[in-house]
Design a protein around this ligand. Sequence first.
Ligand code: KG4
Ligand code: ZN
Length: 353
Amino acid sequence: MLILGLESSCDETSVALLEAKKGKFVLHKNFVSSQIKIHKQYGGIVPEVAARHHVEIITPLVKEAIKDVKKIDIIAVTAGPGLATALLVGVETARALAYLWKKPLVAVNHLAGHIYANWLPNPLPPPYSKGETRELKFPILCLIVSGGHTELVLMKKHLDYQIVGETRDDAVGECFDKVGKILGLPYPGGPEVAKHATLGNPQAIKFPRPMLDSTDLDFSFSGLKTAVLYYVKTMKPASPAGRHLNNETINNICASFEQAAIDVLVAKTIRAAKKNKVKTLLLGGGVAANQNLQSQLQLAINQSLLNTKYLTLNSQYCGDNAAMIAAAGYFKALKKQFTPWDKLDIDPNWELR
Ligand code: KG4
Ligand code: ZN
């Protein structure tokens, strides 16, 4: 089965060609065109600008992806959650192609895509190995950590999602981005904060660990962000954001903030894994690229003697990409969960349930 995947929910336009052969995935193409440089000048994503760039780039990417291909079997596209104007570009493109080629269409939830990124062949020597599908045993727990979501998702079988914990306010990626902004670092803050954190002391400042001791599996990150804001303000109240801070202070704030966020993420994930006796633990979403999060989760699993296999995600699949959408689309296609082209619509608030 040859799957054309399309993703345009936020600031990455991506088109992928994924083949499922006897249950194994071979990734032929995974083009990702990032708009980071464009949005950097605004310090955040401007939805209309994002949509315009998706429109400009998506057709050339599709053309390039299918240039040596005789026949696509299905089209998988992100229908939500995300920015409405951005989602529309991928969905309208998919609808037009499905109509023209008379091919089945699969609507994919972006968060399901982040989970199913873990089924893609890994590790991949460049350009791409002739891949394998990873053997993942259920029940599976996936910690989704992205710019818009922080969720602990329990899966007892394919396409069956139970949210056992989620953020009550900001997503952790959003919190990384805001801390970056407070410190005057370039957009997006997440990777910048992570870079500075490797040079700082995670014990330098005692930031709060919100909801660490609550008995549920939920998160809250807005208080942590505010704690960083107040810490920076009290250092020199009259100065513009971040500019007065020397490098050592910035590194220590980043390391201490990151450690506070990771402590909560890891503790709740381990608690959820124990409670639900999961066999496989996964990470998904942009923040999953964070090396300290990956290594500390691994350490916590070893220390808690959990009988859980933890799989790290190849960093090229952590951020938004269409290969993960094609992978999720494949499992929906196996269950014949198609949407007719004239019924497909975006759902900017589509919840994974
Ligand atoms: O999944 P993603 O690419 O887009 C959404 O679906 O939101 O996630 C983007 C988020 C951003 O907040 C970005 O700053 C964050 O992931 N991010 C990181 C790192 N790399 C990306 N956060 C922490 N450490 C990183 N290394
Ligand atoms: Zn994402």
